[in-house]
Design a protein around this ligand. Sequence first.
Ligand SMILES: [Zn+2]
Length: 137
Amino acid sequence: MTRDEYVNQPYKFLAFAVLPHKEGGFTIKKLRPLVTDNPQGNYQWLHNMTVIKDKEVYLRYFEGEGDLSLVEYCKKECMEKCNSDIDASVEEFAEHMDCGCPISLIYHMAVGHAELRERLKYFEANDSEVVEGNQNG
Ligand SMILES: [Zn+2]
């Protein structure tokens, strides 16, 4: 299999790195999984602090209290920090996150984090092998 054939395979192979050799050929290496539902230590927490349930983003085990709805968190914080009373459903909430306070930034970054984590979780669940190859297949 050539490198181009390999990298053009379906998405399930994207959790691999293609490492070219100086003398030609390449190694395809499985990347260390980052996604877990049972994070241990600071880095695993950092990479797994959001979770999506029923299309809604939650902050995992927030302040030791269990998973907290991101929308509920932002509603409460915006009320306290910028006196903005946001009355919107989960589906429409992003359109109302225009108060300009730091919570708005947190909201958008957390949604992005959660979506990337879910995508990566899928890739990492479809792994299995390390493949050695060369430029001729
Ligand atoms: Zn705000």
